[in-house]
Write a protein that binds this ligand. Structure first.
Ligand code: NAG
Length: 694
């Protein structure tokens, strides 16, 4: 029944008024990036990003299944279909996408053998080097990339984790590893460092195993020091690039001197059980099926080990999608994950790759809704990370100049999911943003809670953010060489199938993340971090948390250092930075509230953001760390001593390690000098925050 005319009239006036109000709201209020209309504090486009979550788990699962059909080691023919898959799905999301090739030196196994011989040299037992997990033998056999070819017929010595203290214990037992095959369990630092320590002591070869490996054998690189292609240190390994010769000192220092090989725990134990000699210290047989008084060797049995390496300049491919910023196209928010895997790579790294593709899908939807980021967003799919962060490092080396002046942040996800529990590492100015964002994302397991709740509960009520002093994923070149503030995050930190043929879709679907909701959580956190950094008018960098962290570092250092050195220069520089940050805080607040119409507000905000961006670069020193000039970040680079107690101030940590028990004047001077170097770096950051010349 039609309404009576008078009612109709009144209704249409009300409707008209409503439309007018809606019109006023949408078209006359400030531009979307300044508007925070709703209670959840989210930008409308960011809310849209999160609303695209239903069904994302199935989409991610389908990506992961496709990406992991076959093993896809970098530089091998099977890497190409996976690259094509990523390229085509980034394009299908509506993003401008392209690939860039490099030609680094990669290393593969040609042949290998392992046997146990009786003391008289006759064959006792042939030992397997393959994995039962991969009956199709589709994956590359277990090996250590860049291990030199070699052979050894020698008695074995058990060196526990292969650390300094383990060799000291052997010395006390009168056991020398010289000329013998060292058998080490994983846990004593990077593979390369363990091999180098054994080589220093004259070992002929190293066999490495992981306790509790369930039959899988952990592949990995044994390249030492630094990141990237060993033949093009500091510049990009493009097709026609300058390359150093293999015998140049700069190249030789990165290669191990003796052959090594990963073996299954079962194989290592078969050898260890035949060893005589002094009984091993009690905890050396921890969690191993061996008698506690088993000998450490050497011998009397002999190990016959041969390995033939095959090296070549292989083509690798980085893939990029670029979403050009509307207001600040020359400021870059970079999200990256590697694509290459030792085997099928369902955890490492394609849980991250499938997640990246979901972030791309959502960004594509946002673009179609009319959104454009304020700053440019770059999505990166790296190659050859497993060989030593090669794809990302070559790109950083090639673009160092503009990254230094334009890169705001690098957000890394390697293994998105390898189990339960959220973990994050970050440079400290990003701590608060991580907290804010994880408070807005639903926990993937516990109903009604946020990621932040379970994350902080796991750590006793506070978030526990690691500092990124490791060089074991693609943030390394960004942070340690280019000084770009970085985040690295993942679910779970224990994965038994790490670098083995068990790293398959089946494991993920049955054990790792059957509902794929942890993947979805990472996609949301990663994507929202990217959006906040790309769209917030004032960069969400909180340097108060940086100065608090530095004060803690200085305190830990001061309690460790005895007399003879002064920590004063360091404390003074931290005070200076703290004061600069306090002033900047007020300024940032005002700029946050400044209307775009105020005089030069846009430019003032831009200049302020640049100071926040460039503060991290202050921690770089052009000459780098002593003897390791390729690492430039004086706060967070990996220490040379893989057993160092410090995960910060690597130059000071190394000086302390090298000083050892000797407290001679010269050695104290080196520690003091490193303290001064860090103090000057912090002063540079303070100057950057103030934005004034000094
Ligand atoms: C060691 O193994 C290699 C490769 O299988 C074999 O050629 C060689 O004869 C063996 N050496 C001894 C002493 O058994």
């Amino acid at each position: 029944m039609p309404p009576k005319p008078s009612h109709f009239h009144r209704a249409s006036i009300v409707l008209l008024l409503l439309f007018l109000l809606l019109f006023l709201y949408f078209f006359l209020s400030p531009s979307p990036s300044h508007r925070r209309p709703h209670g959840d504090g989210l930008h409308p486009a960011h809310r849209l990003f999160l609303s695209l979550s239903p069904g994302a788990n199935a989409i991610i699962a389908a990506h992961l299944r496709s990406l992991t059909l076959r093993p896809h080691l970098a530089g091998t023919p099977s890497a190409a279909p996976v690259a094509d898959y990523v390229l085509s799905h980034l394009r299908a999301a509506g993003l401008r996408t392209f690939a860039a090739d490099y030609h680094p030196l990669l290393s593969y196994p040609a042949s290998s053998s392992l046997a146990l011989l009786r003391p008289d040299g006759s064959l006792l037992q042939t030992l397997r080097l393959s994995e039962p997990a991969d009956p199709a033998a589709a994956a590359v056999p277990p090996y250590h990339a860049y291990s030199p070819s070699g052979a050894a017929v020698a008695p074995a010595v058990y060196v526990n984790y292969g650390r300094e203290e383990d060799y000291r214990a052997l010395e006390r037992m009168g056991v020398d590893v010289k000329g013998h095959v060292a058998i080490a369990r994983r846990g004593g630092g990077s593979r390369g460092a363990v091999v180098a320590k054994a080589a220093e002591r004259g070992a002929a070869a190293v066999l490495m195993f992981k306790v509790g490996d369930r039959g899988g054998v952990e592949r990995g690189t044994v390249l030492l020091g630094g990141v990237g292609d060993p033949l093009t240190p500091g510049w990009a390994a493009s097709d026609d690039a300058e390359r150093l010769g293999a015998d140049e000192a700069e190249v030789r220092r990165r290669f191990p001197k003796i052959p090594s090989m990963p073996v299954a725990e079962e194989v290592a134990v078969a050898i260890l059980k035949t060893l005589g000699g002094p009984s091993m210290p009690r905890d050396w047989s921890d969690k191993l099926p061996m008698a506690a008084d088993n000998g450490v060797g050497p011998g009397p049995t002999l190990v016959n080990f041969t390995y033939q390496e095959y090296r070549k300049m292989a083509k690798i491919q980085n893939i990029f999608s670029v979403i050009r910023g509307r207001e600040e196209p020359d400021r870059y928010i970079i999200l990256g994950n590697h694509r290459d895997a030792w085997t099928f790579g369902a955890v490492d790294p394609n849980s991250g790759t499938a997640t990246l593709l979901d972030v791309a899908r959502r960004y594509g939807s946002l673009l179609r809704s009319g959104w454009r980021p304020r700053r440019t967003i770059i999505l990166c799919s790296w190659d050859a990370e497993e060989f030593g962060m090669i794809g990302s490092t070559e790109w950083v080396e090639q673009n160092l100049g503009w990254l230094t002046s334009k890169a705001v942040v690098y957000l890394n996800v390697d293994c998105a999911v390898q189990g339960d529990g959220f973990f994050a590492g970050a440079t400290p100015q990003l701590d608060n943003l991580l907290v804010q964002v994880t408070k807005q994302i639903k926990d993937p397991v516990q109903e009604g809670r946020m990621v932040y709740d379970t994350w902080s509960e796991y750590n006793g009520g506070i978030h526990n953010i690691e500092r990124l002093a490791r060089a074991d994923s693609d943030f390394s070149a960004f942070l340690h060489i280019a000084g770009v503030p970085s985040i690295d995050m993942y679910y779970g930190n224990v994965f038994p199938g790490y670098h083995t043929a068990y790293d398959s879709y089946k494991w993920m679907a049955e054990h790792g993340d059957p509902s794929f909701q942890r993947h979805v959580a990472i996609a949301q956190i990663w994507g929202l971090l990217g959006l906040r950094l790309a769209d917030d008018p004032v960069l969400p960098f909180d340097y108060v948390s940086y100065s608090t962290q530095l004060q803690e570092h200085a305190f830990v250092l001061s309690t460790f250092l005895g007399g003879g050195v002064s920590i004063q220069p360091l404390n003074r520089s931290i005070d200076e930075l703290t004061a600069a940050i306090r002033e900047a805080l007020e300024e940032g607040q005002k700029l946050q509230e400044a209307e775009i119409t105020e005089d030069f507000a846009v430019l003032r905000r831009r200049a302020f953001n640049d100071r926040l961006m460039l503060a991290e670069r202050g921690f770089l020193e052009a000459t780098g760390l002593r003897g390791r000039q390729w690492f430039k970040h004086l706060l967070y680079s990996p220490p040379d001593d893989s057993e160092s107690k410090f995960s910060f101030f690597p130059g000071i940590a190394d000086a302390i390690s090298q000083a050892g028990e000797n407290t001679g004047k010269e050695r104290l001077w080196v520690v003091q000098h490193e303290i001064w170097r860090v103090a000057r770096a912090i002063q540079r950051a303070a100057a950057a925050v103030r934005g004034e010349i000094i």
